[in-house]
Ligand binder design. Structure first.
Ligand code: SF4
Length: 193
């Protein structure tokens, strides 16, 4: 896999703190949850609620062995200008062109022995992959909004989940803190090893 020496292209301008989503399909359940909680901003609600859920699931996730976990990455992390990934039914297969950070994250998950790593084409692929691969735990990268939806899907199936919010959000050329995701991937409580 080529060394990751890419230079970032400018991401679409996004107002706010950089973790807010520029646009996305509304999720009725999440919108309703935010409204019933009296939240004026659904993204802020999602960020706060997803953070709480992350804490709730942290120990259960860390008790699952690496080879029973899957890692799910959003397709928006790809380089919109240079990506050479191959399109599959529910995901993109990274060819390691080095134009984004995905290969570095994939390499770490593979080094640890993760069951699978997938660059998702859309949120519906989460359910499909969890069920197909019979994952024991899920690690994911997403905006808080999509991350919370993913967390709820995992919870419905009794699968511990952890996610790292994007450090630069938007529709394309997004980024995640590499130290944060690598730290999450390697989190393991002694009884799991
Ligand atoms: S996902 Fe893979 S193929 Fe696409 S831009 Fe990133 S490194 Fe290149």
């Amino acid at each position: 896999m080529p060394e990751n020496t890419h230079e970032r292209k400018a991401a679409p301008s996004v107002p706010g703190d950089g973790r807010k989503q520029a646009s996305r399909a509304p999720n009725p359940l999440l919108e309703m949850m935010a409204a019933s909680a009296g939240a004026r901003d659904v993204d802020e609600f999602a960020e706060e609620f997803a953070g709480k859920k992350n804490k709730e699931h942290a120990d259960a996730f860390a008790r699952v062995a690496f080879n029973e976990r899957i890692l799910l990455l959003p397709q928006c992390m790809r380089s919109s200008a240079e990506c050479k990934a191959v399109e599959r039914a529910f995901s993109y297969e990274c060819t390691g062109c080095g134009a984004c950070d995905i290969p570095e994250i994939i390499a770490e998950a593979r080094r640890l022995g993760y069951l699978g790593v997938h660059v998702l084409k859309g949120g519906r692929a989460v359910v499909r992959l969890i069920e197909e691969l019979e994952a024991g735990a899920v690690a994911g990268v997403a905006c808080s909004y999509e991350g919370l939806i993913g967390i709820m899907e995992c919870e419905r199936r009794g699968v511990p989940v952890q996610f790292v919010p994007l450090s630069r959000d938007g529709c394309a050329d997004t980024e995640v803190d590499l130290d944060e995701i690598k730290s999450l991937l390697g989190r393991l409580l002694p009884e799991a090893s």
